[in-house]
Design a protein around this ligand. Structure first.
Ligand code: NCD
Ligand code: ZN
Length: 347
C-alpha cells in the first residue's frame, strides 16, 4: 500500500468564521494542518488589535489548545497555529506598528467583491493608499490581495492584473500575495515581479467553469473567483505540481450552511478543509509529483512568510476515503464521493 508523509501542512488562506459555525468546522483544519492564515472577513471585519486578539483566543478555544473556562483540561491535543490577518484599511503607521506582532498578514479586498468585503477598497488610487502601503512595506507585513475587478465575471482577475503591477512596481519591498489565483495571466505575472507570490486552492486545480455551470448547476462549487477555462486550470496545475517556489497552498475553504448554498442566491465558497490533503495527495500522485507536495503544502509557505510551525506529521495512505455527505450543516467538496487517499495518522 502506498504511503506518503507530509510534515507541518499549512493552509495559507482559510475561513474559520465565528460562533457556532467555527465550533463546527475549526477542528477539521486543526486536525490535519499545523497552521493556517485565517481570513478577517467577519461581520464586522477584523480591524482592531483587540478584535484580532479576541478572535485568535476564540479560535484557540475551538481548536483545543487553550483550556476552556469551565474545564481546565485541554479539549484535545491538537496543536494548531492560527496565523492572524487584519482587514486592510487606511491605517496609520503607529497603528500598524502596534498591531504588527499580532498578525502575519494584511488582507486587502476590493469593496463588495466577495463575502463580507463591503468595507474594502473602492478606488485603487495608489497615491491615496501610499502612506499605509509604505508603512506595511517598512514593517515587512505581507499584503494578501483578493484580486478581482468588478467587471465581467470571467475577466475580473485578468482585469485586476494592472493593479497588481501598480502595487508591485510602486512598492518593490512589499511582499504581495495574489490570493486564490485562477488564471494563466496571474500565473504569468508571478515571474514578472520579484515581490509577487500566490496561493492556489484545491478546487481551482481540479475544476473549470464547466464543472460549476456546464451541466446541472453545482452550488457547492460556486466560489469567488469563479473557476475559469481549461487552459487556466492547466497553468495553475503546472506551477503547483512543479512546486514553483512562489506558489503555496491556500484552500480558501469557505463554509456556508447548506441552506445558504442550496438557495436562490447561492453564497460563494467551496468547503474543502476536511478533504484537502487527501485530494491533493491523489492529484499529485496521479501526476507522479508526490515528492513536490511537501513544498506546495508547507515548505514554500514557510519560506515566503518566514514562519516555522510546530512539528506535525500527517501520514496518508492510498486507501479509499468516503467523503461525508455533510459536516454538521456544511456540504464539502466531493460530498458522498470516494477519494483514493485517506489520512491514516497524525502525530
Ligand atoms: C469567501 C467567503 O465565503 O468568505 N468566498 C469565496 O467564494 N471564496 C470569500 C473569498 O475568499 O472570496
Ligand atoms: Zn477566501
Amino acid at each position: 500500500m502506498k504511503q506518503h508523509t507530509l510534515l507541518m501542512p499549512l493552509d495559507m488562506h482559510l475561513h474559520l468564521r465565528d460562533g457556532v459555525m467555527m465550533e463546527h468546522i475549526a477542528n477539521l483544519s486543526s486536525y490535519s494542518f499545523s497552521g493556517a492564515l485565517v481570513m478577517p472577513n467577519l461581520v464586522p471585519p477584523l480591524k482592531t488589535k483587540s478584535d484580532v486578539i479576541a478572535y485568535k483566543e476564540r479560535i484557540l478555544h475551538c481548536t483545543g489548545v487553550v483550556p476552556t473556562d469551565e474545564d481546565e483540561e485541554f479539549m484535545s491535543e491538537q496543536d494548531f497555529e492560527p496565523y492572524m490577518s487584519l482587514f486592510y484599511d487606511n491605517y496609520s503607521k503607529e497603528f500598524l506598528e502596534d498591531i504588527s506582532e499580532e498578525i502575519l498578514a494584511i488582507k486587502l479586498y476590493p469593496a463588495g467583491i466577495t463575502t463580507n468585503s463591503e468595507g474594502g477598497v473602492s478606488n485603487f488610487d495608489i497615491e491615496s493608499m501610499r502612506e499605509t502601503l509604505e508603512a506595511i512595506s517598512e514593517l515587512e507585513i505581507p499584503l494578501c490581495v483578493h484580486g478581482e475587478s468588478n467587471g465581467f465575471v470571467m475577466d475580473r482577475e485578468t482585469e485586476f492584473m494592472s493593479v497588481y503591477e501598480l502595487l508591485a512596481s510602486n512598492f518593490p519591498n512589499l511582499k504581495i500575495i495574489m490570493e486564490h489565483i485562477t488564471t494563466k495571466d496571474a500565473v504569468e505575472m508571478l515571474d514578472k515581479y520579484d515581490n509577487l507570490y500566490a496561493t492556489i486552492t484545491l478546487h481551482h486545480l481540479l475544476i473549470t467553469l464547466d464543472d460549476v455551470a456546464g451541466g446541472m448547476l453545482k452550488p457547492h462549487l460556486f466560489c469567488k473567483p469563479i473557476a475559469k477555462r481549461p487552459q487556466d486550470q492547466q497553468a495553475l496545475l503546472k506551477v503547483a505540481l512543479d512546486a514553483h517556489p512562489k506558489v503555496m497552498f491556500g484552500s480558501d475553504s469557505a463554509p456556508h450552511p447548506q441552506h445558504a448554498k442550496e438557495a436562490c442566491g447561492c453564497a460563494a465558497g467551496v468547503f474543502t478543509a476536511p478533504i484537502a490533503l487527501q485530494a491533493l495527495c491523489e492529484l499529485f500522485d496521479k501526476h507522479d509529483k508526490l515528492d513536490n507536495l511537501q513544498y506546495f503544502v508547507s515548505d514554500n509557505a514557510q519560506s515566503i512568510y518566514g514562519i516555522c510551525p510546530d512539528f506535525k506529521e500527517v501520514v496518508l495512505v492510498e486507501e479509499p476515503f468516503k467523503v461525508p455527505d455533510i459536516y454538521t450543516d456544511v456540504v464539502p467538496m466531493f460530498a458522498g464521493e470516494t477519494l483514493k487517499w485517506s489520512i491514516e495518522d497524525v502525530d
